[in-house]
Design a protein around this ligand. Structure first.
Ligand code: DLZ
Length: 158
């Protein structure tokens, strides 16, 4: 379902596992930081709302979304229950957008199949800054919230 049909910040809290005691890494791309800071804030607030201790949430910054793969692997190899990779790729005039998106999605998929804990994909891939704003706290909600809920569910997968 596209985010036009659902709001990324809406969820049924009765279906969300409690996060007490979970250790969470937020790997945050600094490219398009106006957007990634909003995504990070949405994820952080949602994790804390579900009882993850603030001191158990560690943030690592990476320069751009392409570096989210290495940053997530770096975090995965530490003692976390879950990693959330946060980025925003916005289409430009060249094919760079396609290469970055492809690299990040393939890299994170591989970490999920081979690494020691799940990596949640909190990467917006938009045509322009307006679409990105709409999905990072704007009219379509905040993908950071959605990512945090997925993180809680995956960390408690049983
Ligand atoms: C180079 C680049 C471009 C053009 N666009 C984006 C973008 O929209 N979002 C993003 O997160 N990163 C972008 N980057 C940077 C690359 O992800 C990467 O940091 C550099 O190519 C260095 O490896």
């Amino acid at each position: 379902m596209s985010s036009l049909q659902s709001n990324l910040s809406e969820y049924d809290s009765s279906l969300v596992p409690n996060g007490k005691g979970l250790r969470v890494a937020l790997v945050v791309s600094q490219w398009n930081s106006e957007i990634t800071e909003q995504l990070c804030e949405g994820a952080l607030t949602t994790l804390i709302d579900h009882d993850v201790y603030k001191s158990d949430i560690i943030r690592y910054n990476v320069p751009g979304s392409f570096e989210l793969v290495y940053g997530s692997k770096f975090a995965q190899d530490k003692n976390f229950n879950i990693v959330i990779a946060i980025g925003s790729v916005i289409k430009g005039e060249t094919k760079h957008f396609d290469f970055i998106c492809q690299g990040v999605v393939n890299g994170i998929a591989e970490l999920n199949s081979k690494g020691r804990c799940p990596v949640i994909f909190c990467v917006l891939t938009d045509n322009d800054i307006h679409q990105a704003r709409d999905r990072s706290g704007g009219k379509h909600g905040n993908k950071g919230v959605e990512a945090a809920i997925s993180a809680l569910k995956m960390a408690k997968l049983a």
